[in-house]
Write a protein that binds this ligand. Structure first.
Ligand code: PLP
Length: 397
């Protein structure tokens, strides 16, 4: 049994805000601020450089990896934390390509997050070996897994529509075709049960500032199947992933295990915030989170269908085919979202026309969803969105 009243009390949400954007940036777990302050004053402030050993800063990336592993169905010793997700995508893809030297195609889909595709483009160009990034429609992925494919690189949950890929089926198919898999769990980790071991995936990466609530710019994670760790060559061969960083050898030797995916000095303050945020998951069942988020999403879809006829559902109608977010299209989606945010209902906008809402039962209830739709309906009915200030685009949407 997961007690969502307990988890709700762990978050510090401002009065008057209904937060439907935990899929983009999770809110502050109340105790994380105090934990970060303590790390700063008691560890950094008093231990100074001795903190690397004395306060265990050096091993923090692997210790946090151990805490994330059960949330994504990964074996102990297979996850480490650091850098941004874009960097982790690059590392995973580079290591994956290295394992299939005789093939030239990286297969992905048009529902992937642009940064993943951009990183792949940049990497393939640097390799200069004639690789092709082949991007197909999400529904066409399975049929496009041929024996030309070196790596299948997918994000499990589509950031725009919430469409969910069948990880097990696609991983099996890739394996049968001799391809390596790189799964991006940015919109999966903390949103739904993930079973990397059961699916026997190769590489996986993901975010900690979305559903894991690690804080803005919190470091990403990378997972390598244990059967591959000692063959996975780190493309970003920084000293912190060296077998003996403090031997200061002139040549690179990768560390044993997942620690080879470390690059440079770990961001201790950011890791401290993430460490505290991961406490929230103690006693929380991801099956319960999944069930509750599906109920909230179904309620949102039903309420919008009843009260907001101008909006078109842009997510799969079937809860099993969706992650933990729901999107609706509206030609003036940007302005509608700004008007909504001005009234304390925070979702986000994704070009060209999507209003996107994350359903996170750790701190959201059915009453929140009903109240949010009532405000949305009022904005649409009165055209309250049609004011100049709601049309002006900010840098971050
Ligand atoms: C959020 C997200 C990113 C963001 O990458 P950063 O390097 O952390 O900015 C990348 N890929 C996917 C699939 C995402 O959802």
């Amino acid at each position: 049994m997961t007690d969502f009243a307990r988890t709700r009390a762990l978050f510090d949400l401002p009065e008057g805000v209904i937060y439907l954007d935990g899929n983009s940036l999770g809110p502050l777990p109340r105790h994380a601020a105090a934990h970060v302050a303590r790390v700063m004053t008691e560890e950094w402030g008093t231990q100074l450089i001795r903190g690397w050993n004395g306060a265990g800063w050096f091993t923090l990336p692997e210790r946090l990896g151990e805490r994330i592993a059960p949330l994504i169905g990964a074996q102990p010793g297979s996850v480490t934390v650091g850098d941004t997700l874009s960097i982790k995508v690059y590392q995973a893809l580079a290591a994956a390509l290295d394992l299939v030297p005789d093939r030239r195609v990286v297969l992905s889909d048009s529902g992937n997050f642009p940064s993943d595709l951009y990183m792949a483009e940049g990497l393939l160009r640097s390799l200069g070996r004639g690789h092709e990034l082949r991007v197909v429609a999400p529904e066409a992925v399975a049929a496009a897994i041929t024996d030309e494919v070196a790596v299948l690189m997918l994000t499990q949950v589509d950031y725009r529509t919430g469409r969910l890929h069948d990880m097990k089926a696609l991983t099996d198919r890739a394996r049968a075709a001799g391809a390596i898999t790189v799964w991006d769990l940015a919109h999966s980790a903390g949103a739904l049960p993930v079973d990397l071991s059961g699916c026997d995936t190769d590489f996986a990466v993901g975010c900690t500032y979305k559903y894991l609530n690690g804080g803005p710019g919190a470091p990403a994670f990378i997972h390598i199947a244990p059967r591959l760790t000692d063959r996975a060559r780190p493309a970003l061969s920084g000293w912190m992933g060296h077998a003996a960083p403090f031997a200061f050898e002139p040549g690179y030797r990768p560390a044993a295990g997942r620690a080879r995916m470390r690059v440079g000095t770990p961001p201790v303050i950011a890791l401290a915030a993430l460490d505290a945020a991961l406490d929230v998951w103690e006693g929380v069942s991801l099956q319960a989170v999944r069930r509750a988020s599906q109920e909230l999403a179904d309620l949102l879809i039903a309420e919008v269908a009843a009260r907001c006829p101008e909006l078109t559902l842009a997510s799969p109608r079937d809860a099993q085919a969706r992650g933990s977010q729901v999107s609706f299209a509206h030609p003036q989606g940007y302005a509608v979202m700004q008007a909504l945010i001005a009234r304390g209902v925070i979702g986000d906008f994704r070009a060209p026309d999507l209003l996107r809402f994350g359903l996170t039962p750790l701190y959201l209830s059915a009453e929140d969803v009903r109240a949010a739709v009532a405000i949305l309906a009022e904005i649409l009915d009165t055209r309250a969105w049609d004011r100049p200030e709601y049309h002006a685009r900010a840098a971050v949407t």
